[in-house]
Design a protein around this ligand. Sequence first.
Ligand code: SF4
Length: 465
Amino acid sequence: MKVMFLNLPNKDRIIRRFCGSYNSRSFLFPPQELLSCASAVKEWNRSEVSVVDAIAEEKDLDSVMGVMDDVKPDMIVTMTGMECFAGDIDTVVSIKNRAPGVKMVAFGYYPSVFPLEVLSNTNIDYIIKGEAELCLSRLIKALESGAKPEGIPGLACRGSDVINPPERIADLDKMPFPDPSMLPANNYREMLLRGPVALIQSARGCPFGCTYCVTSYGRKLVMRSPENIVSEIEYLMGKGYRTFRFTDDTFVIDKARVEKICGLIIRKRLRIRWTCLSRVDTLDRGLLAVMKRSGCRRIYIGVESFSQKVLDYYNKGSKASEILRKIDWVRHAGIQSSGFMMIGAPVETADDMAKNKEGLRRSKLDFVIVSKLTPYPGTPLFDRLKGSMDFKLFPYRNLFKDASYEKKMISIEKELYKAFYWRVNTLFSLCKVMVESPVDFFRTGVLFLKFLVVKDQDKEHPNFI
Ligand code: SF4
């Protein structure tokens, strides 16, 4: 069977991850979930596989149809994004209308939460709930052998309303490494870091219970072994990569495992640079030193708020009083830090906002990324705020009913950015980044300044990321 994996076209430079989609102004990531599925079915099913990244290749729908005319796939597999869900669904429906004989498979957060609704409102043939590789491989096997696919764990089929619970992959070390040479383009970049970037997922799932979080793979944490992860780094180095992003929801979660991964990188003298995500409370001083020695260049930290009341509201489980000290540790270790802030909790007051501004002013973060709170269906926070939300899946919208909210959030977002970036400390640390990647620095800087001065932001993607 010929299977085409398609990162859907969009007028914007959308990065789709299972747990979110970003209109990225400053970085570009490969469609990793699709790449992982493509590599899995290539190895497990021996399928003839192709990957089209319409975002990186800047292809529109007609160009994608042109590729389809050449490749003639039997099946198209795609992943829908979050804020771009409406456009993604329109594109998928158009493709299926123009090529009705091709089996259409979709996965992603909304298809996982609303599989039957997505099937009944579109012409998609199959929806995969959750982790896609195993389910997709079984679907292809069933179709090739003429067996009925209904009943495959995690699969929703057109014409059937029975969905068995998805099955998590128990041993991630058995997965083939996602092969970036399947990607037709190589213009993928981490924000303000040199060289093409490759993504590595060292674990799936997150055991914490932040109420706003859509946790890509659920609460159960499944980790790859340090040896397997380092083999993947070597494999990717063999393909020319030196810059890596660990895409785990939170990489620094098991200290001993991270220490072992870093130790192997150091012992094998792998000259790489890498970035990862972490919570505040899991940062560890001793571990940071080892991470630095193994090439860690930046940690994206889920700060969210400097107000304990707001952190508790999100069930974040971290202490506001520790944030500045932990960020100091990161700076002291010689690693850049970028803090995620989230504004707009219903309990947030002017006093909490003042704490955020003060916290950012005093912090030794190198960057900050501010976004507004969006409660997503399927999360405890959405259940709590359902009455205040204007949510509809078809056509998609997910906004607070209070129309002034979005406008207010954008102005608060800009205020926080100014509080942080208009400081001598920040400007000084940005000068160091400028030396490393001047072209990216100026490009990102111009876009950022434009974002700060433009009055009406793009409603679909109001955040600067
Ligand atoms: S720690 Fe991060 S990934 Fe885990 S639940 Fe909280 S926000 Fe989600």
